[in-house]
Structure formats: C-alpha cells, structure tokens
Design a binder for this molecule. Structure first.
Ligand code: GDP
Ligand code: MG
Length: 441
C-alpha cells in the first residue's frame, strides 16, 4: 500500500524539523504510483501531485505521527477536498415537481439508479415518479417498469404498439402526468450508447431542453478507469450535467474515476451505487472514497482517533512498546481501557486493512467479556502482569479463584495475550508504527 511505500521512503526522517526537497520528491513518486494504480487519469495525477508537494514543503514534522503517516494525511486531506469535502444534496425545485434527468453511457447503471433514487426519495417522504425515455433498446421500458415496481413507484411509459415513440414527447407528457398526479419528483431515464455518440447526445440535449431539469445527473461506472476523463468531458460539453453518480463501486475498482471526473468537470459527486439491489445505494462520502483511492482502508480514521485519545507522547510510548513486542499485561489492560473509550473494539480493528485475522482472534472480546478480562488482569500480581510467562498452573488457579472465573478463562486470556502481542508487533512493522523494526520475538 501507499503507507508501506512511504514508510520505507521516509524511514530516516523521524526527528527532523521539516520534510526535505529530496524526501518530498521521493514521496511524490510513490503517491503518483498509488494514484495511477487506482486508475486516476494522468493529467489529474500531475495537478494533484503538484498541490501535495506544495503543502508538504510548508509543513512541520508532527510529533504524533511518523512522516509517512503525516504525508498520507496531507494526501488524504487534499483528496477529500477535491472530491467535494461535504456531500452536496439534491437541488429540489421551489415549485414541484423537481425534475431529475439521468444521462450516461449504456450499461452505466442509469435505469438501476432510477429505481434506487426513487426508493431512497420515497424513504425521505417524497412521492417520485419514473419516466421511461429510453426507447432505443426493446427491453428498456420493461426494465424500468420492473425497477419501478420494486421501488413501489409509478412509471410513465409510452403506450405499447404505437411503433417507436419520440423520447422528447414522452418526457414532456411524463412531466405533465407528474404534475397532474402531484408527484413531487420526476426521474427521467434516458438512452445511452456504448460509446459517446452524436445521436445519443443530440437526443439527451433535446430531452434536457424539453423538460428543463433541476438536476442532470451524469451516471458513470467506477470501473471505467482512465477513460473517465474523455467520457465526462464529452457529456459536460454535450448535454451538460449538474452532478455525478458513481456506480458499481462494489467491484474491485479503486475509484480513481471519481477523482478524474470531479477534477475535470468541477461538478460534485452526489451518490454512490454499490450493487444490483435497490438498497445498494448511498449518498457519496468523499472521505471514504479518498481512503479507497489511497488503498488504505480506514487507516486514517484510526490515526485520527489515536491522535484524539492519546497525547502525542503517550501514543509514541505505547506504539514503541506494542511494536517491539515488549507489551505487558499491565499495558494490555491500559490499552484495552483506552480502546474502550474509542468505541467497540471490533469496529476499530475492522478499520485496519488486512486486520481480518486479528479481528477474528479478538471477536470474542465483546464488551461484557472485556469486563471479565479486566477482572482477571486485576487478580494478577504486578510481577505476573509484567512477565506473563511466569503464570504457571498453580498461579492460574489462584487468579481464577481470586477473580471469580474459571481456570480455562485465565488460560484463554494468557494465550490470547501472547498471540495479540505477536500480531501487534507484526502489524507495527507493516504499518510503519515506531518500534516495528526491532521486533523481538
Ligand atoms: P443503463 O444502461 O445505464 O440503464 O444501465 P442499467 O441500469 O441497465 O445497468 C446495467 C447493468 O449494470 C445491469 O446488469 C445492472 O444490474 C448493473 N448495475 C447497475 N448498477 C450497479 C452497481 O452499482 N453494482 C453492480 N454490481 N451492478 C450494477
Ligand atoms: Mg437503461
């Protein structure tokens, strides 16, 4: 991951006052690779790197984070900024109905999105209606009708058997019908082509002119990768749009398209689609997308929470201990108490990329169980907490009796402690926490 790479590039930096030019250049190279791997378009990568370099030059080296983490934090903040900072809401018309037109290439997910948006809007107390203006493909109208039924909203479609209808006319009549039946939002589904195509664009422009939508949402498949820039530019210059929806985020794309589309068109990303079911849909979260592009899970959330819960020195001391395999049961207890302040332990561990194994190991550490763990550790002598290896069978029996648990629970805890200590020191090595290098096993 980017974090690994930056860690090795910036290994010798701790303690210096500022990042040097050479350090920044080396860092920039790694960020560039990470962004290209996430399929961000090259020109967008260039602009982005320039911004990050500028910011890194001016920044002091933090005491709480190592330089690699600090650069990752800057990169992340810039990414979140470009991706839109706060999520933008839909523009609703002062005089209903609000008209929302969907545009995009064939297969981008427009029709599916129509159903998702309709369902989501219904959940917010709106009364949406769908209008079927894709008369290109034989099954398109039926597909929208099926989707509408699942979402529990009516669909306006041309009467069958009248030959190929005119999509502009259908759009107009659809809006009239929505007014008559007092639907407060109208979603207009349109036809796409496999590539950008003049006729498709012409039709979209005509529909836009006819219905005067409050929003035109450009629907784009997140898997599109490098081509996102060309497609987005063509739609911007053709029909034009006021917002973006990213689809198929459930796939393995790292989401570079989000950054490309956003940077090139300047339009906000409003929603994210992540599956075929109508519920697989959410408003767009710039911060989540940023960490996905960086490929680091929610490592940054973890950094943030750690910064809040510890002061910098404590964080440093604890990290060194954890990373060097010198953790004692006393520390373990302390850490556990800190972690409990930070929220359910499993959530926290789930944020670490690749922490699945450790998560399983600690899955039993639910909150009630933690109380018992605390009791057991408190039933130990300081010598035992300091060096758990001395805890033999007779000591285990004494501890169990003293803290009111079964011997097997004491055994469990001690075994799990040794496993956790080993794993923390392995993870420290991977994530560049201080102390990770001189692992004592
Ligand atoms: P349209 O041509 O733009 O209307 O695209 P459709 O809505 O017909 O979607 C094309 C295909 O992509 C369909 O098979 C959908 O089920 C699928 N699809 C749409 N959105 C998503 C998504 O977010 N995730 C996944 N996995 N599939 C999607
Ligand atoms: Mg469609």
């Amino acid at each position: 991951t980017l974090s690994d790479r930056l860690t090795s590039v910036l290994q010798n930096l701790r303690g210096k006052g500022r990042l040097s030019e050479a350090d920044i250049d080396a860092t920039a190279r790694e960020i560039r690779v990470a962004l290209l791997e996430a399929d961000v378009a090259l020109p967008v990568v260039r602009t982005f790197i320039a911004k990050v370099k500028e910011r890194a030059k001016g920044s002091e080296v933090s005491q709480a984070l190592n330089p690699a983490q600090q650069v990752v934090k800057i990169v992340n903040e810039e990414l979140v900024g470009i991706l839109g900072g706060e999520t933008r809401r839909l523009n609703l018309a002062k005089n209903p109905p609000t008209v929302i037109m969907l545009a995009g290439l064939q297969g981008a997910g427009k029709t599916t999105l129509a159903g998702k948006l309709a369902k989501w809007l219904r959940g917010q107390g709106h009364t949406p209606m769908l209008v079927a203006c894709d008369l290109q493909r034989p099954n398109a109208v039926t597909q929208l009708q099926v989707v509408g039924e699942r979402a529990g909203v009516p669909v306006f479609a041309p009467e069958p058997g009248n030959g190929v209808g005119d999509p502009v006319d259908v759009a107009r009549r659809g809006i009239d019908e929505a007014k008559r039946a007092q639907h407060d939002v109208v979603l207009v589904d349109t036809a796409g082509r496999l590539g950008v195509d003049e006729e498709m664009m012409r039709q979209a422009i005509d529909i836009r002119a006819a219905v005067q939508p409050d929003e035109v949402l450009f629907v784009v498949d997140a898997m599109i990768g490098q081509d996102a820039v060309n497609t987005a530019t063509a739609f911007r210059d053709g029909v034009g749009f006021t917002g973006v929806v990213l689809t198929k985020l459930d796939g393995d794309a790292r989401g570079g398209a989000a950054l490309s589309v956003r940077e090139v068109t300047g339009q906000p990303i409003l929603f994210a689609s992540n599956g075929e079911k109508l519920e697989d849909f959410d408003v767009f979260h710039p911060d989540r997308m940023a960490s996905r592009i960086l490929g680091m899970g929610d490592m940054l959330t973890l950094i943030e929470q750690a910064e809040q819960a510890f002061d910098a020195d404590q964080a440093e001391a604890a990290a060194v201990k954890m990373g060097s395999g010198q953790l004692t049961l006393e520390d373990f207890l302390e850490q556990m108490l800190t972690l409990r302040k930070m929220g359910p332990i499993a959530n926290l561990l789930g944020m670490l990329p690749g922490a699945g194994q450790m998560k399983d190991q600690l899955a039993n550490l639910d909150e009630k169980h933690l109380d018992r763990v605390q009791a057991i550790i408190r039933g130990m002598t300081p010598a035992e907490r300091d060096d758990p290896k001395i805890i033999n069978a007779s000591r285990r029996l004494r501890i169990a009796n003293g803290s009111g648990v079964r011997v097997s629970e004491v055994n469990d805890l001690v075994n799990r402690f040794f496993e956790a200590r080993k794993m923390m020191s392995q993870m420290a090595g991977r994530f560049g926490l201080p102390g990770g290098k001189n692992t004592r096993k």
